[in-house]
Ligand binder design. Structure first.
Ligand code: ADP
Length: 440
């Protein structure tokens, strides 16, 4: 079976969030299980293109076009509409020209939503036996653009076949035409179906309800492993976790200019800065950390949240608060290794990877009771779950602190979470079952 993954991002070439991690690791896990896999992504001007996913034989193919030549991302709707519509069209042209006949084209998120649509509305004998799987990693991002954007000279080739509507909705078209659809955790699949979280997609999802499943993401332990992590200075294992994390905490405190001490718990928040991630819950609490707890924030995103956070980047808070507005892979690894707790106050979370990475580094998650966080964190056993309000959040932070003070109990929790196993093996098996079902 040949499965070709198509995505706008893939780690380590380009990553803005969890999708990059998934597309950088799921194809490798499938290949280990004997499924021939490949990745297709844009040939962005700012990436260093590798020929294969690291430590694997999974090839990566790059699609070039005039939009991707830019040296930095462009979020203007007109640009995104044209770039990714053309990308979808080119992916199919590329596969044909290379005589690659996938059994499955696995489309990830809205950027690839036109692929199932094109296969359906522009049938081609080359893809006669090809099926499509669309995975929704975040249903808030849908790619809904004015039709007039597709009248550029390049997009004219296929603009006639686009629906005769004012707007072209990539994700809805993907949902309608993909042979099967999935999201990245069973609980989030239920949230979407029940209408609890769906961002206006409930009608189109309901029509495809029987073809919609949730498969929990895995974690790539060749990337996220404190015993081998090249970014962290003090490597550690389950046996040396106590001293290992303490040394990494000191190193992190020193690097960020925080008070160097093991008598204050260190909480970390690593995320895209937007409302989804619960910035509105975190921001009102920031002042309360000063003098009590340490907080390290690493993120980029909405300017309003970047500005609000920067207000806490002040000399008088420096011992306790470190605000880092950047996308910094190395610092992220160091934070996972040095922090005591990961804060994940998301309003919704399709899967979430930061709690899984936290487990791998012995860093205890404090997370909202939503989506994939519920599927992966066991309350009181592997982390703390709370209902998304600022009051419950602060209460849980205080409880976690109390728990942290009981050193022996805390250390047994840390060793417990290090034993958690969210490797891709199980999830890859579930995807294979899904591919087989759709091919049957
Ligand atoms: P999402 O996909 O919604 O952004 P996830 O929890 O699924 O959230 O995945 C986030 C991934 O992005 C994790 O690997 C996290 O470490 C990483 N990440 C988020 N923000 C940053 C940042 N500013 N610098 C480095 N890594 C980041």
């Amino acid at each position: 079976m040949l499965v070709v993954h198509v995505s706008f991002e893939c780690a380590p070439m380009y990553k803005t969030g969890g999708l990059g991690d998934v597309v950088g690791s799921l194809p490798k896990a499938l290949a280990i299980k004997g499924i021939e896999s490949a990745v297709i992504m844009p040939a962005y001007g700012w990436i260093r293109p590798l020929t294969h996913l690291p430590f694997s034989r999974v090839p990566i193919y790059y699609i070039e076009n005039k939009w991707f030549k830019r040296t930095k991302p462009d979020h203007a709707p007109e640009y995104q509409a044209q770039a990714y519509a053309y990308f979808c069209f080119q992916v199919l042209e590329f596969l044909k020209s290379k005589k690659i006949r996938p059994d499955i084209i696995h489309c990830h998120d809205w950027h690839t939503g036109l692929i199932p649509f094109f296969l359906h509305t522009r049938p081609d004998p080359h893809f006669e036996s090809t099926k499509t799987v669309l995975t929704i990693h975040n249903s808030a991002y849908q790619g809904n653009f004015k039709r007039k954007y597709f009248e550029a000279p390049e997009t004219k080739v296929f603009s006639e076949s686009l629906p005769k509507q004012k707007y072209i909705h990539f994700l809805e078209l993907g949902i309608e035409y993909a042979d099967t659809i999935s999201t990245v955790s069973p609980n989030h699949a239920q949230e979407i179906i029940s209408g609890g979280v769906n961002f206006g997609l409930s009608k189109s999802i309901k029509k495809r309800k029987t073809a919609f499943v949730g498969i929990l993401n895995g974690l790539d332990y060749s990337v996220w492993n404190p015993q081998t992590d090249p970014y962290i200075i003090h490597k550690y294992s389950a046996k040396t976790v106590g001293v290992g994390k303490m040394k990494n905490k000191y190193t992190l405190q020193k690097q960020l200019g925080l008070l160097i001490s093991d008598r204050v718990p260190l909480f970390a928040f690593i995320a895209r800065l937007n409302r989804q991630k619960g910035l509105d819950l975190l921001l009102p609490l920031l002042e309360r950390f000063v003098g009590n707890y340490q907080l390290v924030v690493l993120g980029t995103g909405d300017k309003k949240y970047e500005r609000a956070l920067k207000r806490y980047d002040r000399q008088e808070y420096r011992d306790f608060i470190s605000i880092n507005i950047s996308f910094d892979e190395k610092l992220a690894h160091r934070i996972y290794a040095g922090a005591d707790f990961m804060l994940i106050p998301s309003h919704y979370e399709p899967c979430g990877l930061t709690q899984l990475i936290g487990f791998a580094y012995g860093t205890v998650p404090i997370a909202s009771h939503v989506g994939g966080l519920v599927d992966s964190i066991s309350q009181g056993k592997t982390g703390f779950l709370f209902n998304s309000t600022a009051t419950a959040f602060w209460q849980t932070i205080q409880e976690a602190h109390e728990f942290w003070l009981r050193k022996q109990e805390f250390m047994s929790l840390v060793t417990q979470i290090l034993r958690e196993n969210f490797s891709w093996v199980k999830s890859a098996q579930e995807y294979i079952a899904l591919y087989r079902k759709v091919l049957a």
